[in-house]
Design a protein around this ligand. Sequence first.
Ligand SMILES: [Zn+2]
Length: 380
Amino acid sequence: MNKAERIQIFQDILAIKSVNGNEGEVTEYLAQLMAQHGIKSELFEERPGRKSIVAELGAGTDPRVLGLSGHADTVTVPDESKWTYPPFAGTVIEDRIYGRGAADMKGGLAAIVIALIELQDAGTLPAGRVRLLGTVGEEYDAYGAKDLTARGFSADLTGLIITEPTEGNITYAHAGALNYRVKSYGQTVHSSTPEKGINAIYNLARYVTAEQTLFESVPVDPALGKIAHSLTIISGGDQINSIPEYAEVAGNIRPTPTFSNHAVIDLIQAKLTELNQIDGVKLELEVIHSFLPVATPKNDPFLRFVQEVGTRYFGKEPVLQVELGGTDASDFVMKNENLPVAIFGNNSFGTSHQVDEYTDIKSYFALIDSLKEIALSYFA
Ligand SMILES: [Zn+2]
């Protein structure tokens, strides 16, 4: 494929609005494109209009399976008028391509598909199998990755690259995410006789206070550090002169491999059990979403391998780094705990989710060329 074709494909999928939905239009486009080059793919409609895509390339004589994954959804554009270039046009200005998803991460997704097509067209097939995992809903609750995991597409992977934007660096560890709610049940009475009721807000406040120091003495992760935790939404009561019978607070926690999701949940639950000993207190935990932290040992040969290839195409040695933000890998590792994961992608991570999001075209090409070599050399 020539440079113009590589850019055109990127522009085409940037022009498709797949803001928290409608990923099917993106993945159908990619399926048709691959079909034109003789690569079969399968679409899975996880929810109406939201289709994940899976495709494979390779001779299959080597039993290993390398996963290459990206998501087809983007975050919203709150105010289009603030953009210098329209967010759904894929405008190219010098070495930059602009649009919602340019960095996070339609470039990364296009790069995988183009790498597979170019290998197929050249007749240079990987000895094992290289599997594209194109997901939906990553920016919401990662249910595309969840569904592909449930269908078994991650269980047999022996290596995984997620092409989220990393400036050509390699993220080898990221925190998990735990969204939860604590519900407080009381008993309503007229506010002139509060002693006859149970104030759900007062009881919820016991947890709100406790949470501030709850994680103070949990083990610190050598790579990711302390657990980040916050209470972020609170509500309760519905009448100013009635004792509230219900109140709730929601929070977000970033578990680490050292103090992972189960440990976090156990700690919260233990605190609630303790508070529930107090007369009248009834607090309940609800886990909304639980994503695991991901960490590949820093000395894993897979990371070294991706680093070596990346050095050749990005013109610098990729730095091994950690991040707090999550990826689809949290779900893929559920059925494949020791899977080595490298998050490795194009430039301009800093513009993700921002006005005038872009990626530079040089790094987009570097990613395509890196992936082609990785797909072949991984099995060498
Ligand atoms: Zn992303």
